[in-house]
Design a protein around this ligand. Structure first.
Ligand code: GLY
Length: 377
């Protein structure tokens, strides 16, 4: 068992909805005490999935029990399929059956799917219950557990049903990432690199030099590179969320790589053929290449992004998508579904350099189509 090292605490400055993100190996050991301090009389339900249950549920339950916090588990099947109406209903009914009331807490123990699902249940049951995020994937630690986006999927598209509902605490225990497969960790790393690419060139330089230490992490490593990387991403996201909680402007930059990425993810059927983070890696490369094609950014910057993500083992070319990809027209249909065309123009996150992303509301769909055709040829 990992003992708690000194943790890094990143505040999310949202006035009456402010909260801390606690980052460190063994930080989970402090969960019970922190809940006790925040909500002294709360009882909890722990929403998790069948995979995370095997690795972490007993330990988290024991930590809560030791602090005198009562808990009961709600376990759903692992995978994106659980972000549906049926599972959402099951979770809400289980929360009500467990007699969780205002003043009690939901603990979301898992990756992005669990955070989104449990967070949306917390936003909905009794018109809003408090919740704590305990993200167990790298992607969830650096992105989805922070900022209060919660929700489920509609048959018509991803994340179309949901609410902004901030957690009262995030505990990102970097030792929990040791149980991830290399592929899963790598996919989460795409979101780490994204923070450098969108607004922090010095962080991208640092990642180029230190990514192997971020991957190594681990009990035997003396390096704090993993914790530093998670903290830099969380600081960056906390800043964006504090300035633009409801995504009226700057927060959209966090979608760098996501418009291209979502099209490839949808084309692969949201399956193991292409994980979300892998699609984001490919999408970031395409966003740089498209920006270079438009003369906004030097081709050498696009090449640098491609080289780093390829070195890590992430997909950087359409030919890297297992099972192939559909035509440019089919991809354009998926892009149009994901981001509505407004007055004949698309919105994309483009870039003027590493660390210099911006929102472009005036992208000509014909230009995107020609670019995709070139990439597919
Ligand atoms: N994952 C993007 C956001 O939280 O806004």
């Amino acid at each position: 068992m990992t003992a708690p090292n000194e943790s890094i605490v990143v505040p999310v400055a949202l006035a009456e909805r402010a909260y801390d993100i606690v980052i460190g190996r063994g930080a989970i050991e402090t969960l019970g005490a922190r809940i006790k301090a925040l909500r002294p009389n709360a009882k909890t339900v722990i929403v998790t999935d069948a995979t995370v249950q095997k690795h972490h549920l007993d330990r988290v339950t024991a930590i809560l029990t030791a602090a005198g916090v009562a808990s009961s588990p709600i376990v759903v099947p692992a995978g994106e399929g659980s972000k549906n109406y049926a599972t959402f209903g099951t979770v809400c009914e289980a929360i009500i059956a467990a007699r969780i009331e205002r003043g009690d807490l939901i603990v979301a123990l898992g990756g992005g799917v669990i955070g989104d699902l449990a967070g949306f249940a917390a936003a909905s049951v009794r018109r809003g219950l408090d919740f704590v995020q305990v993200p167990t994937s790298l992607l969830a630690q650096v992105d989805s557990s922070v900022g209060g986006k919660t929700g489920i999927n509609s048959p018509q598209g991803k994340n179309l049903i949901g609410a902004f509902h901030q957690p009262i605490l995030v505990i990102a225990d970097t030792a929990m990432l040791d149980t991830l497969s290399k592929r899963e960790f790598r996919a989460g790393y795409a979101e780490v690199a994204k923070y450098g690419l969108l607004g922090d060139a010095a962080f991208f330089d640092w990642l180029e030099a230190n990514w192997q230490a971020v991957f190594a992490g681990g009990e035997t490593s003396n390096s704090m590179a993993r914790e530093q990387a998670v903290a830099i991403c969380c600081r960056s996201k906390a800043g964006v969320v504090a300035r633009d909680e409801r995504e009226n402007g700057e927060r959209a930059l966090l979608n760098l790589g996501h418009t291209f990425g979502h099209a490839f993810e949808a084309a692969a059927g949201y399956s193991q053929r292409l994980l979300h983070g892998e699609a984001v890696a490919l999408g970031c490369v395409l966003a740089f290449e498209f920006s270079a094609r438009k003369g906004l950014v030097a081709e050498s910057d696009a090449a640098r992004v491609r080289a780093h993500l390829a070195a890590v083992g992430l997909p950087t070319h359409v030919r890297d998508v297992a099972g192939g990809v559909p035509s440019a027209d089919a991809l354009m249909d998926l892009i149009a579904q994901d981001k509505k065309v407004k007055r004949g123009k698309l919105t994309f996150i483009l870039t003027r350099g590493i660390g210099q992303a911006f929102v472009a509301n005036d992208v000509d769909p014909a230009e995107v189509r020609d670019f995709l055709s070139e990439k597919l040829s």
